[in-house]
Design a protein around this ligand. Structure first.
Ligand SMILES: *[C@@H]1O[C@H](CO)[C@@H](O)[C@H](O)[C@H]1NC(C)=O
Ligand SMILES: *[C@@H]1O[C@H](CO)[C@@H](O)[C@H](O)[C@H]1NC(C)=O
Ligand SMILES: *[C@@H]1O[C@H](CO)[C@@H](O)[C@H](O)[C@H]1NC(C)=O
Ligand SMILES: *[C@@H]1O[C@H](CO)[C@@H](O)[C@H](O)[C@H]1NC(C)=O
Ligand SMILES: *[C@@H]1O[C@H](CO)[C@@H](O)[C@H](O)[C@H]1NC(C)=O
Ligand SMILES: *[C@@H]1O[C@H](CO)[C@@H](O)[C@H](O)[C@H]1NC(C)=O
Ligand SMILES: *[C@@H]1O[C@H](CO)[C@@H](O)[C@H](O)[C@H]1NC(C)=O
Length: 923
């Protein structure tokens, strides 16, 4: 037996050698033109077919530039049989296109596009990989003629997908083992996709992720693929729960069903051969322990290595017994569920565990020390739970392979008791510790971590200065976020970081001069006590900045002109400092999106070039001493949404060019300046406007009636522009930069000017207005009768004008009104008494001698009867009346929330309101 095998081996070797010799010499005899390495070249028929295929494609990057000449076997991506020269392989997959398409600045210039033509002539093709390109149109049904195909990979990168297919042609591909049509639009096949793939008995892998499939049969008569081992149906839009049969295919080893199905219970039975199961983001519910213990109980052994159930609605406690899981499980992902209770000590039994993710659940109690027995653990994510007690060095004792660690707790009593001089058993690459007590000492042990490049230790009660050992690591650090501590001290003036490092040291007690760190792309030092001037050469040394936030410090001196010239700078905030002098009119950074210079002592003429930045979205110059007229508003400021010039000394008229060229404005704040002239009607063209604040100027003339056309004030206002919330995105984790939240209410404030004329009745069309203030003008006429239609008004100030006539009775239906002022007008008649009106102070009516009512000294003659009548009806049952009022209040409040949410989309968020107050300076 042994001899025979040996003989076979020798023979095979001989044949191989001879064949190799023969084929490698032959071509030089047969062909004079160059040929491929193995000495064969493609047939003319196939060469033509390939060129024809190429003709239909768009190839801006010259990906197929090698497709010239006779020997198509040497063309990029073409593979020929060594024996016959027939084209057997075509691989035009383009990972480069994928990377650039999904990068920060999406770009498809390296992608192949255009239409796919048939490849009928390539009858011997067994491998066709056209993945990661942006083809469009139908997949040619002729692909079904390629009966020798084993691999067909058309995984597309288009969004929205533009490559389309019904799948009727698939039946011809009976040898197919691998099929990937992810991100191909299969909506035409949504009713029969399963029948179509069921014709492929040899299939081993099927990937149909993000393919716009909507239906999946709940029961399946007969499954044809008897060897299917990998199935991926993620990111489809199935209109049902995941059918049980998906989990029973006995051959399937890897099953990925991320974000595809509607809510429902977890399947009761799971195939015993499954090694990887990903069901994240499906809204599945049920008891987590039943699932972890019960679903696998019928299997003799479970081979499950990876179980990802993140982003569902699982509840209950983690089981004490991990049943079948403990001898195989490597990855356990339970993030973003509602799992409560403690982490059981038995977690230490999952001895093969490499990745444990429990982020964002309701786990509480103290973390068990048995965690330290998970010697294989590489990634540990425990943040956003309710942990209590102490996490100590013991917890990490055996974790020598740990690379990623994240911890935080919503419970303020959670403490990390790690000695600053600790020498951890692990060598981390990334650390995330936030919202828990790690300080007051700086965790010096970070210096032992020689691979660490992502440091995120925020709101961790550290008050010591950053030790020099940390700065010695600077050449490695890519993200350093130590914000929201009480870190003291002075930063090293020069350090070298790698390219594109992101540094966030906001909200600390740092002081001294600003550092100049080259290569940093994101630098936030806001809310510290940095002093001195901004170095003149900052623009030259920190030339790769995309975000610079120095707000709320003690910086003085001028703004160096070099800042305006940083090519990539998108976000610049210098607000709330003591900067002075003129702002150079040399802003040329094309990329600028946000510039905030507010609350300084800047002065001088208006920096006109700030207005010609093509990408500017937000410009805040408020609370300075700028003066002069507004310059010509450039047409190319198309994206400007937020313009705040308030509290300066600007003068001149409100240019009609604002209404002509700044058509994206959402917020126009010109408050407290010296603007004069009429309010131009052109402002009425600003259809996106939600806040118009022209208060405290010298404006005269009438309030244009056409302001009632401002559609923005008839609809919700929430900020959908992601550019206004700068995000720090690093390796999939998003740290929102939410300091300057845009206010979320509609405001019209024209108070303290010299406006005259009356308020048009149509102003009441601005149905989602929350603040209307026209006080301190010379307005005449009546209060609009339909004022009660502005249901969401919270502030209405008409004081110090010459309004006359009665207070419209409908005003008492303004149930959210909490600030009303009608004083100092010529109003007469009865004051409203409904709803919350009795709670208002009488001073809001003062200076209107003609007004009367029970609150005022002047009682109304006609009204007395009514009041008596009221008393009579109330005499009987005071108690009931109280409850009625309470009931009314409850329904009003609920009504407000529901009504405003649905009509105006008002986001009831404290954080956002806080931001609103600080920006707008309204009370
Ligand atoms: C070699 O190829 C070139 C073009 O690729 C062609 O013009 C030439 O005729 C070929 N020579 C022979 C001998 O086939
Ligand atoms: C051709 O032969 C080489 C070396 O023997 C081998 O690496 C290659 O995979 C073969 N190509 C094909 C298409 O069979
Ligand atoms: C197709 O090409 C891509 C990118 O090169 C690769 O990742 C993928 O594995 C290939 N598909 C198959 C089935 O070989
Ligand atoms: C190729 O496929 C098309 C469409 O499926 C069919 O009409 C045609 O006859 C096939 N051609 C060959 C050569 O098999
Ligand atoms: C199974 O595959 C064979 C061969 O492709 C096909 O003829 C048959 O109709 C398929 N059965 C089902 C139930 O789809
Ligand atoms: C860092 O950026 C500079 C300038 O953009 C570039 O020349 C250099 O090659 C980059 N270094 C690395 C390591 O990428
Ligand atoms: C301002 O408005 C008043 C009243 O409508 C009008 O008489 C006057 O001409 C306007 N002034 C300008 C400069 O448009």
């Amino acid at each position: 037996m042994v001899a025979i095998t040996a003989l076979l081996k020798v023979t095979t070797l001989l044949i191989f050698l001879i064949a190799n010799y023969f084929f490698s010499l032959q071509p030089f005899k047969l062909y004079t033109n160059a040929s491929n390495f193995h000495g064969v070249r493609c047939t003319e028929k196939e060469r033509r077919a390939l060129l024809k295929f190429k003709e239909g494609l768009k190839d801006p990057s010259g990906f197929l530039s090698s497709w010239v000449g006779h020997d198509c076997c040497s063309w990029k991506g073409v593979g020929c049989s060594n024996l016959t020269g027939e084209v057997v392989k075509l691989d035009l997959s383009n990972p480069n296109c994928y990377l650039k398409y999904y990068s920060d600045s999406p770009d498809n210039s390296s992608c192949l596009g255009g239409k796919l033509g048939p490849l009928n002539e390539l009858q011997h093709l067994n491998y066709l990989n056209l993945s990661y390109n942006t083809f469009s149109g139908m997949i040619p049904p002729d692909f079904g003629n390629l009966s020798n195909l084993h691999v067909l990979d058309l995984h597309s990168v288009n969004y929205p997908p533009t490559l389309v297919s019904d799948l009727n042609w698939l039946s011809g591909l009976s040898s197919l083992k691998f099929l990937d049509l992810s991100s191909v639009n299969l909506s035409l096949a949504t009713t029969h996709w399963l029948q179509a793939v069921n014709m492929l008995p040899s299939l081993l892998e099927l990937h149909l992720a993000d393919s716009e499939l909507q239906t999946i049969p709940l029961f399946l008569p007969h499954l044809n693929f008897t060897s299917l081992s990998v199935l991926d149906l993620s990111y489809n839009l199935f209109d049902s729960q995941a059918p049980q049969w998906l989990f029973n295919i006995s051959t399937v080893v890897e099953l990925t069903l991320e974000s595809s199905f509607s809510e429902g219970p977890f399947p009761s039975i799971i195939g015993c051969n499954l090694r990887h199961l990903d069901l994240s983001g499906n809204g599945l519910n049920g008891e987590i322990s039943e699932l972890l213990v019960g679903s696998f109980s019928r299997c003799r052994t479970s081979s499950l290595e990876e179980l990802v159930l993140s982003g569902n609605q699982f509840s209950g406690q983690l089981p004490n017994s991990w049943g079948h899981l403990n001898n195989s499980l490597r990855t356990l992902g339970l993030a973003a569920n509602s799992i409560s209770g403690p982490l059981p000590t038995s977690i230490g039994e999952l001895s093969k565990l490499q990745n444990l993710n429990l982020i964002s659940n309701k786990l509480n109690g103290s973390i068990p020390k048995s965690l330290g027995r998970l010697t294989e653990l590489e990634e540990l994510y425990l943040d956003s739970n309710d942990w209590e007690g102490v996490l100590s060095q013991d917890h990490f004792q055996g974790l020598s392979k740990l690379k990623m660690l994240s911890i935080s707790s919503l419970n303020r009593n959670f403490v990390l008791n790690l000695s600053p001089n600790w020498v951890p058993p692990f060598n981390l690459k990334r650390i995330d510790i936030y919202d828990c007590k790690l300080g007051p000492k700086f965790p010096k042990w970070l210096q032992t971590q020689t691979q660490l490049d992502f440091i995120y230790v925020t709101n961790a009660s550290i008050s010591e200065a950053i030790p020099s050992c940390l700065w010695k690591m600077s050449t490695r650090i890519r993200v350093l976020d130590l914000s929201h501590n009480q870190i003291r001290g002075i930063l090293p003036s020069s350090l070298l970081f790698p390219n594109n490092t992101e540094i966030d040291l906001r909200f600390n007690s740092l002081e001294g001069p600003l550092p100049l760190w080259p290569n940093v792309s994101y630098l936030s030092l806001a809310n510290n006590s940095f002093s001195g001037t901004i170095p003149l050469n900052i623009g030259q040394i920190m030339s790769t900045l995309t975000l610079l936030d120095l707000s709320s410090n003690k910086l003085n001196g001028n703004i160096p002109s070099s800042l305006g010239k940083i090519d990539m700078l998108r976000y610049l905030s210098l607000s709330k400092n003591r900067l002075s002098g003129k702002v150079h009119d040399q802003w040329i950074g094309e990329k600028f999106e946000v510039i905030d210079l507010s609350e300084n002592n800047l002065s001088g003429n208006f920096p006109a070039s700030l207005y010609s930045l093509p990408n500017i979205v937000q410009l805040k110059l408020s609370n300075n001493g700028f003066f002069g007229k507004l310059p010509f508003m450039k047409k190319n400021c198309k994206k400007l949404a937020f313009l705040d010039l308030g509290e300066n000394k600007f003068s001149g008229t409100i240019s009609k060019l604002i209404g002509e060229n700044l058509l994206s404005l959402q917020v126009l704040r010109m408050r407290a300046n010296q603007f004069s002239g009429n309010i131009t009607k052109k402002l009425c063209r600003l259809q996106e406007l939600h806040i118009l604040d022209l208060a405290q100027n010298n404006l005269s003339g009438p309030i244009p009636a056409c302001l009632s056309h401002l559609n923005g004030m008839k609809s919700r206002y929430h900020n959908e522009d992601s550019r206004l919330d700068i995000e720090l995105v690093q390796k999939g984790s998003e740290l929102e930069y939410d300091r300057d939240m845009i206010p979320l209410v509609n405001i019209l404030d024209l108070s303290s000017n010299n406006l005259s004329g009356d308020i048009s009745e149509e102003i009441t069309n601005l149905s989602c207005l929350v603040t209307l203030n026209v006080s301190n003008n010379h307005l005449t006429g009546k209060i609009p009768q339909k004022i009660g239609d502005m249901r969401y008004l919270e502030t209405l100030d008409l004081s110090s004008n010459h309004f006359s006539g009665q207070i419209p009775p409908g005003m008492s239906s303004l149930t959210f009104l909490n600030h009303l002022n009608l004083s100092h007008n010529n109003l007469s008649g009865q004051i409203p008494s409904g709803n919350q009106f009795p709670t208002f102070d009488k001073s809001i009516y003062e200076g209107n001698p003609g007004l009367c009512g029970s609150l005022l000294l002047t009682k109304c003659e006609v009204a007395t009867d009514e009041e008596d009548g009221d008393h009579r009806s109330h005499n009987g049952d005071d108690k009931e009346d109280k409850y009625e009022k309470l009931g009314l209040f409850v329904s009003i409040t609920l009504g407000f929330i529901v009504g405003f949410w649905s009509v105006c989309g008002y986001l009831l968020s404290l954080g956002k309101m806080r931001g609103f107050e600080s920006i707008m300076g309204h009370k």
